[in-house]
Design a protein. Structure first.
Lengths: 211, 147
């Protein structure tokens, strides 16, 4: 609402406005958009804590597909290439898993200057867990920031270089931990990052790879 | 306007603030008919420390630092701690100017020896009034150490 009418103001009266006025409008629109993103992300974060999980067998390939559909605009804009290996079916909350993939893959595309940006998703079984990895050829993260980035609102970049609310990775960590897993990363600044997360295989269920 | 600062030179203010809108608002609030201050801006905690250590070209020792707490890369709390434990920098008054009203943040900032803590008002008129009161207090009422 705020952003829309401010934009209308700019479009209709733009030529009559001076440089300061146009700059003030840009700040207003930018601020309104950031606020909207912040509210959405905070709601998503809060829901992981308050909504009861609906744990069921989830085909991770489908979760990934859902995430990629949600990311289609930025995949298109940046001509990104997202590849995957066959992913298992696990017991999880389907929408949270899709959100998790969406945030990690979205970051792999966003914090990326390569041409084209590439993200690869895979999973291996390891000691009672499925360990998923989301690897990119992006800008990478310096080791001293490796833990800080999972803290809510902590950002490494200025809002005008790489936009973001500082909630995405905190949300990923919350989702993973509520599933009983861990999240971590390996990275080479300038070359790329791989985010890993583990989800325990529940005992007693069939652990077939999706057919 | 100038209490302890001589009329011969501009007052140097360093603003440590990531949000470009807040930077612009502060610039607007500090504008005046007779230029009496020079506002330098750094956009994150790492840049702030480089500026204060004179590693950036054009860096001057500020008379006052306005410090936001939530900054990318190195946040304002770390910057505050580094300034107030540095033999050379600790004498520079630091006004924490932030959106947070959390009691933990207020307590933490004073614990790290912030000179004062101001929660940025959302209302434009109130914000302008706050910046004016910072000017009046720190540059008219208060005596600042000579450089």
């Amino acid at each position: 609402m705020v952003a829309n009418f401010t934009q209308l103001l700019a479009e209709r009266y733009g030529p009559q406005l001076d440089d300061d006025a146009r700059e003030f409008i840009a700040f207003a629109v930018g601020g309104a958009n950031r606020m909207r993103a912040m509210i959405q992300d905070l709601l998503a974060y809060s829901r992981v804590g308050t909504e009861s999980r609906s744990i069921e067998p989830v085909n991770c390939n489908e979760s990934l597909a859902r995430a990629l559909w949600n990311l289609r605009v930025s995949i298109d804009e940046k001509a990104a290439e997202v590849s995957q290996e066959e992913l298992p079916s696990i017991r999880a909350d389907a929408s949270q898993l899709a959100q998790l993939f969406q945030n990690l893959i979205g970051n792999g595309i966003k914090f990326n200057c390569a041409s084209p940006p590439r993200v690869h998703v895979s999973a291996v079984r390891n000691g009672g867990n499925w360990v998923f990895s989301v690897g990119d050829n992006g800008i990478g993260i310096e080791p001293q920031y490796a833990e800080r980035i999972f803290v809510i609102f902590q950002r490494l970049h200025r809002s005008d270089t790489y936009p973001g609310t500082g909630i995405g990775l905190a949300l990923c960590k919350r989702i993973v931990e509520r599933h009983g897993g861990k999240i971590w990363l390996e990275s080479k600044p300038g070359e790329g990052s791989t985010f890993f997360f583990s989800i325990p295989e529940s005992s007693g269920d069939q652990r077939d790879r999706a057919s | 306007m100038s209490g302890s600062i001589g009329k011969e030179r501009l007052v140097e203010i360093l603003l440590v603030e990531d949000n470009p809108g807040d930077v612009r608002l502060t610039q607007e609030a500090l504008k005046s008919d007779r230029p009496w201050n020079r506002l330098s801006v750094v956009r994150d905690g790492v840049e702030a420390m480089s500026y204060l250590r004179r590693e950036l070209s054009g860096a001057v020792r500020p008379d006052l630092i306005l410090l936001d707490l939530n900054l990318p890369r190195k946040d304002g709390r770390e910057v505050l701690a580094e300034i107030k434990t540095d033999e050379d920098l600790k004498r520079i008054p630091v006004v924490v100017l932030t959106t947070s009203t959390a009691p933990g943040d207020v307590l933490g900032a004073y614990g790290l020896h912030a000179n004062c803590y101001i929660a940025k008002p959302g209302d434009l008129g109130e914000f302008m009034a706050v910046v004016k009161s910072i000017e009046n207090f720190w540059f008219s009422t208060v005596r600042l150490p000579s450089k």
